[in-house]
Design a protein around this ligand. Structure first.
Ligand SMILES: [Mg+2]
Length: 258
């Protein structure tokens, strides 16, 4: 029925671990572009990623939310830390909205400042920015293998497209398709692609995204894999619905048998 086969990948947490970059770029966004009275940025903050930030990362869907988390961690009064993070996580979306409101911020502006912080680093020292990302070699090898099987690669990320493309190029991965947040939701993008391609897999570390795919008529038959090595909440691994499979990094090769 279809002449072309396609395998879809999320980017952050699936192809690369960008934890250092998220932390550094968010701090930089505040330093360079978003002066706010509640925080003081000590240069030592850049040296190590906050453990609270790492613990919060599985809740993040869009980049701008990372600025909210960083702001809460570094703010002077009653900061977010490992003692109160559970309360924040339990009402994650409400908390993000409240912080936007309390600071008179718009999500689009925060995203813009994050993008500017990234572009600033790319302009200043591209190689240093790239070094903040650690690729998962097994995934890179897997992408190379499917290419030999004439399966096309599509990357759908909630990052800006241009940033994912720059990192991929440096890693020598040249996917046929790359989509960023500018192209719509992952379900919308996959729905459009499903008319043209046989989509043989969707590998993602955000469980909710895979559930959304499974609940959509056009994308429900796509085999979905949750990346065990990504930014997962502990509960994500339990009771996966709709035949979503938890995939270990070392089991990636087995997918070639599908
Ligand atoms: Mg991800």
């Amino acid at each position: 029925m279809y002449s072309k086969k396609l395998f879809l990948f999320d980017f952050d947490g699936v192809i690369v671990d960008g934890m250092k970059e998220y932390w550094h770029s968010s701090l930089l966004a505040f330093e360079k572009f978003l002066n706010t009275p509640n925080i003081v940025i000590d240069q030592n903050l850049h040296k190590q990623v906050s453990s609270t930030f790492k613990e919060m990362r599985p809740w993040v869907k869009y980049g701008w939310e990372m600025l909210i988390i960083v702001h809460e961690i570094i703010k002077v009064e009653s900061p977010l830390n490992n003692d109160n993070k559970i309360d924040f996580q339990n009402k994650y979306h409400q908390n993000c909205q409240k912080i936007l409101f309390d600071n008179s911020w718009a999500a689009e502006d925060l995203q813009k400042y994050l993008n500017e912080a990234r572009q600033y680093q790319i302009d200043q020292n591209f190689d240093n920015w790239i070094k903040l990302h650690s690729p998962f070699d097994e995934v890179i090898n897997f992408i190379e293998k499917i290419k030999k099987e004439k399966i096309e690669t599509g990357i759908i990320t909630t990052k800006g497209r241009v940033f994912a493309a720059k990192i991929l190029e440096k890693l020598n991965i040249l996917p046929e398709l790359i989509f960023g947040y500018e192209s719509g939701t992952k379900v919308e993008i996959a729905s459009r692609l499903s008319k043209e391609y046989e989509i043989i897999g969707f590998l993602e570390d955000r469980k909710k995204t895979l559930i959304d795919l499974k609940q959509n008529t056009l994308t429900k038959d796509i085999p979905c894999f949750l990346a065990d090595w990504g930014y997962l909440k502990d509960i994500d691994r339990i009771n996966l619905p709709y035949e979503i499979k938890l995939l270990k990094l070392e089991s990636l090769e087995e997918l070639l048998a599908i």
